[in-house]
Design a protein around this ligand. Structure first.
Ligand SMILES: N[C@@H](CCC(=O)N[C@@H](CS)C(=O)NCC(=O)O)C(=O)O
Length: 289
């Protein structure tokens, strides 16, 4: 069977589940978590209601588990009535040469691209996994309304949320990010990943670079929210949010960048501002809790 329940536990009135399925894009079993708030029909009420949905993309080294257990989003998902889908960050279970050797390439570091370079291209199709394979699967198993769909994420996942949201504005009507890699073509993490997955021809990199996408005319219909820790170790070398906000300013894409003094790159930072992201997406998607 192509859908297996690993666990389901009650949390803040709703249900936090972890599931496994065979993915055709990444050619392996993928694990993900899905939170369903309690607003899905009262007990004894057989009418089902379609709920808005948020996709959360995680950062380097993560599985679905980091955000699910550390971010404390369940209380806000239940408050605002969102289903929250948290996928993994790369294909799993294979043994490609060097795949598990570094934290910023290979397993745990799929960078939400469709790899074109062998051996990665056979399985590292994380863009298609998120954009094409997951939504119909989620619709099959949960009462989601994809006409009210937002995307957010952290670091490499913030890069994923920005690029996927900007390239598919009708599918993801609302975008936000925590400490995103906003210009992977201009930082070591991105240059390493894109060289390996996409090859040395840099024109093919632009479709996966949020700053380049803004410069090339891509837009989100709502303001984009970015939260960034002011004491994040990766800020100056890898994240560089000002590159994105400058491009947005020049190209008239509304964006709010909030730099929070003293906060770092961790889930202590993310959980501190998590509620604001639900407020942002609820306002953009016009949801009522
Ligand atoms: N392991 C890396 C850092 C990786 C890192 O900070 N990962 C972030 C995403 S970019 C994360 O969420 N880690 C997992 C966690 O905090 O639970 C290092 O040692 O420099």
């Amino acid at each position: 069977m192509n859908w297996q329940t690993i666990s389901e536990q009650k949390s803040f009135g709703g249900t936090q589940g972890v599931y496994r399925h065979n993915a055709s894009t990444t050619r392996c079993e993928m694990e993900l978590s899905v939170y369903v708030p309690h607003t899905q029909g009262a007990e004894g009420d057989s009418t089902s209601k379609q709920l808005p949905v948020l996709y959360y993309l995680s950062g380097l080294t993560c599985t679905q588990e980091n955000v699910t257990t550390k971010a404390g989003f369940q209380q806000f998902a239940n408050e605002f009535g969102f289903i929250v889908v948290c996928p993994d960050t790369s294909p799993r279970g294979s043994e490609l040469p060097g795949e598990h050797d570094s934290y910023d390439f290979g397993s745990g570091a799929g960078f939400y691209v469709n790899a074109t370079q062998p051996p990665w291209s056979a399985q590292y199709q994380m863009y298609d996994y998120i954009v094409k394979e997951l939504p119909p699967l989620i619709e099959q198993h949960f009462p989601v309304d994809h006409k009210r769909c937002g995307i957010f994420g952290h670091s490499m996942g913030g890069h994923g949320a920005l690029t996927i949201g900007l390239r598919n504005p009708e599918q993801y009507q609302s975008i936000s990010a925590f400490s995103p890699i906003v210009a992977p073509m201009q930082c070591p993490w991105g240059q390493k990943a894109f060289s390996g997955y996409l090859g040395s021809e840099q024109t093919s990199w632009q479709q996966y670079d949020a700053t380049a996408l803004i410069n090339n005319g891509h837009r989100s219909s709502h303001a984009i929210l970015i939260d960034q820790g002011g004491s994040d170790n990766f800020l100056a070398e890898q994240l560089k949010p000002e590159l994105f906000t400058q491009a947005c300013e020049e190209k008239n894409q509304p964006v709010t960048l909030r730099v929070h003094p003293g906060y770092d790159h961790s889930y202590y930072f993310i959980s501190s501002f998590m509620r604001d992201h639900f407020v942002h997406h609820a306002a953009n998607l016009n949801t009522k809790n």
